[in-house]
Design a binder for this molecule. Sequence first.
Ligand SMILES: O=C(O)[C@H](O)[C@@H](O)[C@H](O)[C@H](O)COP(=O)(O)O
Length: 253
Amino acid sequence: MPSTVYSFSSTTELSGGLNAFVEKVSREAIADHGAVSVAISGGSLPKLLSKDLVHNKNVDFSKWHMFWADERCVGHDHDDSNYKEVKKTLLDHVPIPTNQIHSIHEAYAINKQSEKAAEEYQQQVVSFFGGNGSLPRFDLILLGMGPDGHCCSLFPGHPLLQEANLLVAPINDSPKPPPERITLTFPVLNHAKTVVFVTAGEGKQDMVQKIIEEPQLQLPCQRVQPNAGHVYWFVDDAAAGKLKQASYGTYKL
Ligand SMILES: O=C(O)[C@H](O)[C@@H](O)[C@H](O)[C@H](O)COP(=O)(O)O
């Protein structure tokens, strides 16, 4: 199924639309199974997500379980840490219980033991979703898009694109620094209920056009095709600048 693209006149509008969308996903998940599992990436996404979400009193954050779609192998207070960015923008402002915040094992991360960190993080995912052999099904995975079409820490041409067994994989040669990271893999991304890409700015418009209109390129973002879920793109008009009008719509509540 093709993804749904929503474009907004500014990043302020984008944050507003994303806030309304996340509120809806959260409400539906809580009504369905009493909790919301969310995985989030780094980059510009946490700030765009949190701008309005931190003020949204209709979201029951006590039911949120927060995971990271990818993480860099650095300490929690390092400026490269995706945990730090999400903490600063979101977690410090909303009441998600600390035992529902599933961050990378800090000692492994500091020591750049990406294999151990990935293994331990996979264990955290399995303990939450249940280890009965079925794939975890996140209610919501929020991702950014790199200028080369990468998402999470899954980069074009990298062998990790073929990973079929691990749920969480280590990477030690990320072309985007820092090189040591852990990342959710495609089997997990493609088992999610809802995946939302969030990207903004003119610098992203060539890649957004390729990803939405040239699916044959098989770039990492294009390989996110949940088998029983849906992909949404939340972009600003600058990032959507090269898309054909027919490729996108406007989000309405
Ligand atoms: O930790 C990371 O580096 C990321 O999770 C990565 O996948 C990021 O989301 C994209 O590179 C987009 O980043 P920007 O939104 O900053 O361009």
